[in-house]
Design a protein around this ligand. Structure first.
Ligand code: AMP
Length: 399
């Protein structure tokens, strides 16, 4: 994938053109109301720019997981209304993303006007990346702008298929995401650190394997650290662990040694006998975890050491919490380390990039998300980039 081949929307002539703009409007909602508008907020500047330059903008997006046909619950109509508030101009709504209804809306757009077309997943051809469906959608536009990095790990009709029919460009949010990830992973200022946490090793093996070959320090916390510790003979009591992945953990540690990557594991832990908020907890060395207790967070000595490691680094990539951060008091490890990363970022000594659903929730809970250099809007696509995989939606734009 040659990222230097990406064409951006800067400077292209969009005046009067019908722009098919792929966004990720798949925001969380409750009873038809948007509960977190972050993804919408992040496309506003790009939309305003295209609008100012006279583009006639038809927004395409998936929403939820409909069963291949229309249903009210997965309609994008309420999301379009929310977007209208954010862009400060009316946003029209097309009840389909192909055919006469869609064409009527798009053809009626004046330069600068915006419409949202109904959920692309109401058609089976979207997820199947059906060329005939992509061709139908393509009829509505003169050019294609993909600004949905968070959907780029899927080769669907409106993330990949459309690029075979229309001149295709990477939108500003797509470029922002790729630039931030490249800055942290491909061309970072060294030394580099990655913080990887979360529940299980098994879900993040490709990430850990890719990262040990790329970063100087790999800080491992969360439930997955238990499996690493246990693979070295440490007794972890009732902690979440995956003994069937001991060999994998050892392989990752061997690979790290060969590549000159230092793996940093917790030396102490906060343990409890119950997995619930307010459970009685104590701090112990990882070598003294009581047999009837479980590790739910990293301890203060680990935090201190990991913080010192971060202080020596210039670039940080973060995915996954250091403990069961959703239940008090087991978020302290995640929050304290996140606050330190934020302080270093604000001081200008660290470039910090984070992503993945739980991670962003944890950084928000720590109150530091806005102090990181970059927070990705992507979950799955962010993780696949960390795995070193080619994202079909990005690769299609480089061809
Ligand atoms: P992931 O989706 O893999 O990033 O995992 C996130 C989840 O891991 C969060 O819900 C945390 O509560 C959970 N988690 C982190 N550390 C631990 C731990 N030591 N024991 C149990 N669950 C944990």
């Amino acid at each position: 994938m040659k990222l230097e081949n990406l064409k951006t929307t800067a400077g292209i002539d969009v005046a009067g053109k019908r722009v098919l703009y792929r966004a990720d409007l798949n925001v969380p909602t409750k009873e038809g109301r948007v509960t977190d508008a972050t993804r919408l907020e992040r496309i506003v500047a790009g939309l305003e720019d295209l609008s100012r330059r006279g583009a006639r903008i038809a927004i395409l997006s998936h929403f939820g997981r409909p069963k291949g046909g229309p249903d009210k619950e997965n309609s994008l109509e309420p999301v379009a209304a929310e977007l209208a508030k954010l862009v400060g101009q009316p946003v029209r709504f097309g009840s389909d993303c192909v055919g006469g209804a869609a064409a009527a809306i798009v053809d009626g757009l004046k330069p600068g006007e915006i419409a949202v077309l109904e959920n692309t997943r109401f058609h089976k051809g979207e997820e199947k990346n059906d060329p005939a469906f992509a061709a139908e959608v393509a009829k509505l536009g003169d050019l294609f702008v993909n600004d949905a990095f968070s959907a780029a790990h899927r080769a669907h009709a409106t993330t990949e298929g459309l690029t075979h029919h229309l001149p295709s460009y990477a939108g500003p949010l797509m470029m922002e995401e790729i630039t931030a990830l490249s800055r942290a992973l491909e061309k970072p200022e060294r030394p580099t650190a990655a913080v990887v946490g979360g529940a299980k090793v098994s879900t993040k093996i490709p990430i850990l394997t890719n990262l040990v070959a790329k970063v100087d320090k790999l800080i491992i916390g969360g439930g997955m650290a238990n499996t690493f510790l246990q693979s070295m003979g440490v007794m972890v009591g009732q902690s979440l662990s995956e003994p069937e992945f001991h060999a994998t953990a050892r392989e990752i540690m061997t690979a790290a040694k060969e590549k000159g990557c230092e793996i940093v594991l917790p030396s102490d832990a906060v343990v409890a006998r119950e997995f619930k908020a307010g459970a009685v907890s104590e701090t112990v060395s990882v070598h003294a975890v009581p047999m009837d207790a479980m590790i739910l967070d990293i301890g203060p000595a680990s935090i201190q050491h990991m913080t010192a490691v971060l202080r020596g680094c210039r670039t940080l990539l973060w995915n996954g919490p250091m403990g069961a951060f959703e239940i008090s008091p087991f978020g302290e490890g995640t929050f304290t380390l996140a606050r330190e990363a934020a302080v270093l970022t604000k001081a200008g000594t660290l470039v910090s990039v984070a992503g993945g659903g739980d991670t962003v929730a944890a950084l928000n809970a720590a109150g530091v998300a806005s102090d990181f250099s970059y927070i990705s809007t992507a979950g799955g696509a962010f993780l696949e980039w960390l795995e070193g995989k080619e994202l079909p939606g990005v690769a299609a734009l480089t061809r």
